[in-house]
Design a protein around this ligand. Structure first.
Ligand code: HEC
Length: 131
């Protein structure tokens, strides 16, 4: 289980790293989608409801598990996330071991990459924040 969990982070961070070069286009799109959302009176698309709001705008193809990235993801979790998240019990934020059963990998990545907008606009995260 821990492996699968680390895997999600490994994938997330690989994509983060590999997508660093071409991000200008994406951030431009991102500000556009902001105004589109307000135009539609805050309505989220079906994709956004399932996968969150942020730089990840399409479904990802997940490759095989890379143990090196798993390790790296685990280290990142243990330095950046552990202050608020435990694996098996609620802490400042929700327990994370089973997060991939509740949320799509795209949702998790958007939550990591764009937490403020997720908190402001995504109904699921707004509810979590209220709790
Ligand atoms: C300062 C505290 C804090 C830190 C640090 C933090 N989180 Fe969170 N996280 C929260 C809270 C609180 C929530 C509940 C939603 C909200 O309030 O935004 C949350 C929600 C989430 C969610 C949605 C959870 C669910 O059950 O749907 C994910 C995924 C997540 N965090 C991942 C991470 C990851 C990965 C890191 C490290 C890179 C991280 N968080 C770091 C506080 C934190």
């Amino acid at each position: 289980m821990k492996k699968i969990f680390s895997f999600v982070f490994a994938v997330a961070f690989t994509i983060l790293i590999t997508s660093c070069g071409g991000d200008e286009q994406k951030s431009a799109d991102f500000s556009k989608s902001k105004s589109v959302n307000t135009d539609l009176s805050g309505g989220l698309s079906e994709f956004e409801l399932e996968n969150g709001i942020g730089p990840v705008k399409q479904k990802l193809e997940l490759g095989p598990i890379d143990p090196k990235l798993v390790k790296k993801g685990e280290e990142i979790f243990n330095t950046k996330c552990i202050a608020c998240h435990k694996l098996d019990e609620r802490y400042v934020g929700p327990a994370q071991r089973d997060v991939i059963k509740r949320r799509t990998p795209e949702f998790i990545m958007n939550m990591m990459l764009n937490p403020e907008e997720m908190q402001q606009k995504h109904p699921v995260v707004k509810k979590l924040l209220a709790e």
